[in-house]
Design a protein around this ligand. Structure first.
Ligand code: PLP
Length: 381
């Protein structure tokens, strides 16, 4: 089955009870048993829900996995993975990791004895040198947020396999349409489904996808034992969003290219970060591991101050100033004070995350209107 067919049909079938073509929202907390222990496979809705089950089957299909496990948010999905670890275990991650992921590792799990180190994972030698006997997990994100650095997923999986370490890839920025890390050797894929999978900025949701039965059993146990499950209505919304994933993301990629061209030619812009640019250091890897270059762009201003970037951010009309990404509407944000405010300033500046850096998530509006909107805002500096 090709991707555009999988988003519609993968893992899904009409409702067996009624024939409803769309997966019903099973808004129930419990299920009737005919006698104790005699039931239709559903006992209590923290443990099993048919709407959630349909979404999990669909997610496994579109990410080329065997299993998917859903959670109430991307960070709840991360939390379940952290619970696979023991005190003394170590994680190696990227030094421009999503701010909320960094915060959970450092402010929640460090005190339970889980150590996290952060490095530039585009430097494979640095990664190799950092792995020690306690390293259990490599936590990669590519393209990274907000610097849009590219990590070679196959290369880090080869290094990890050699050392008996597992690899998780946070695939939120690409969505399964652009990149399938399980095919490149990753053990677990994480999505904040809040972003491209849901795609309409109306639900918070997260999921993990994997091939391995053993990892799946452990995560399924944690999903039920810790209980951070999504409601059936939210699962329905993600299922609905996925049906147009390929159309939305391709449109965002096509418009992003036009916006990048515009920004590169603009007097007020000093640097554009986009993996589709030939001069981007990760361009070739991106071209081989991604189907296209995505809808996320970061750029810096010649006037290198927070005030200049705040002026731009307050003067767009179609680009809404908001956190998050991956919706049908274009968003604009200031990583230093918004998504990455929990990362210490020295660490931020080291990776180029300056006070004037602006990040945009390209939606599905007409690209000419988006460009005119940015042009108008940039003229106000
Ligand atoms: C948003 C995001 C998360 C966290 O997901 P939530 O659904 O907000 O909990 C994790 N990783 C990346 C890359 C994200 O963009």
């Amino acid at each position: 089955m090709k991707f555009a067919t999988k988003v519609i049909h993968g893992g899904l079938s009409a409702d067996p009870q009624t024939g409803a073509v769309m997966t019903p929202i099973y808004q129930t907390s419990t299920y009737k048993q005919d006698s104790p222990g005699v039931h239709k496979g559903y006992e209590y809705a923290r443990t099993q829900n048919p709407t959630r089950g349909a979404l999990e089957a669909n997610l496994a299909s579109i990410e080329n996995g065997k299993h998917a496990v859903c959670f109430g948010s991307g960070l709840a999905a991360q939390d379940a993975v952290m619970k696979l670890l023991e005190p003394g275990d170590e994680i190696i991650s990227t030094n421009d990791l999503y701010g909320g992921s960094y915060r959970q590792m450092m402010a929640v799990y460090a005190k339970y004895g889980i150590k996290c180190t952060f490095l530039d994972m585009s430097n494979l030698q640095e990664l190799k040198d950092a792995i020690n006997d306690n390293t259990k997990l490599i936590w990669a994100e590519t393209p990274t947020n907000p610097m849009l650095k590219i990590i070679d997923v196959q290369a880090i999986c080869d290094i990890a396999k050699d050392k008996g370490v597992q690899v998780l890839v946070d695939n939120t920025f690409c969505s399964p349409y652009l990149q399938n890390p399980l095919d490149l050797g990753a053990d677990i894929v994480l999505h904040s489904a809040t972003k491209y999978l849901g795609g309409h900025s109306d639900v918070v949701h997260g999921c993990l996808i994997m091939k391995d039965d053993g990892i799946h059993d452990k995560l399924r146990f944690i999903q039920n034992a810790s209980g951070a499950v999504p409601g059936p209505q939210d699962c329905f919304l993600i299922l609905r969003g996925i049906k147009t994933l390929h159309l939305r993301v391709q449109r965002a990629c096509d418009s992003a290219k036009k916006i990048v061209d515009f920004l590169q030619g603009h007097d007020a812009v000093s640097k554009v970060y986009y993996p589709g640019l030939e001069e981007h250091p990760g361009h070739e890897i991106a071209a081989s591991q991604m189907k296209d270059f995505g809808g996320m762009i970061s750029f810096d201003l010649k006037k290198n101050t927070q005030e200049a970037s705040y002026t731009v951010l307050s003067n767009t009309h179609y680009f809404t100033l908001a956190e998050s990404l991956g919706g049908v509407e274009s968003l604009i944000g200031h990583p230093a004070s918004m998504t990455h405010a929990s990362i210490p300033k020295e660490d931020r500046l080291k990776v180029g995350l300056t006070d004037s850096l602006i990040r945009i998530s390209v939606g599905v509006e007409d690209p000419d209107d988006l460009i005119a909107d940015l042009d108008k805002a940039l003229k106000t500096i």
